[in-house]
Design a protein around this ligand. Structure first.
Ligand code: ZN
Length: 169
């Protein structure tokens, strides 16, 4: 599996909900974890590897027990506001300060199809919001203000020039 980079158009795709947890999906999730670890990431959304399913994985600790799968995630509640630097595997070499809710309450299904809820604040809350955005085709560069966007223009242009659609098929 390869992590798609900006400006790959699939990153703008809003994925379909998962209707059934199949072996294919379980395998895809295992590959997503592998790909995420190879890229030294802490979260990876299906959109970033070209899979049209509402699923993302995170591991905030790097330990096997830290692996979490979120299928069909929903945001139940969000509170507060925090502005912190953020990066994305699909936007290599780019970092920007982004406003996010300080705390979130999320509901999703796990890989067994069991519903679970999670309440997080600060950094984990930020990661959850970032990954949920990916499933709607939203990237962190959409969340920066016009002034900060000017500062990112050079790096975005480099990524656009470097982009070869055929490499990522
Ligand atoms: Zn990302």
């Amino acid at each position: 599996m390869k992590v798609l980079s900006y400006p790959n158009p699939f990153l703008r795709h809003k994925v379909k909900p998962v209707n059934e947890i199949t072996d294919e999906l379980r395998q895809a999730v295992a590959h997503m974890f592998e790909t995420m670890y190879q890229a030294k990431g802490i979260g990876l959304a299906a959109t970033q590897v070209g899979i049209d399913q509402a699923v993302f994985v995170i591991n905030l600790t790097g330990e096997p027990a830290g692996e979490m799968v979120f299928i069909n995630p929903e945001l139940l509640d969000a509170q507060g506001n925090r502005r912190e630097p953020e990066a994305c595997l699909s936007l290599p070499g780019l970092e920007a300060k982004i406003n996010r809710s300080a705390a979130v309450h999320v509901r999703a299904l796990d890989l067994k199809g069991e519903p679970f809820e999670m309440e997080e604040s600060d950094f984990p809350a930020r990661v959850l919001q970032h990954e949920m955005d990916h499933l709607s085709g939203v990237l962190l560069i959409d969340k920066v203000g016009p002034a900060a966007r000017i500062g990112l223009r050079g790096r975005l242009k480099e990524l656009e020039q470097r982009y070869r659609p055929d490499d990522e098929d």
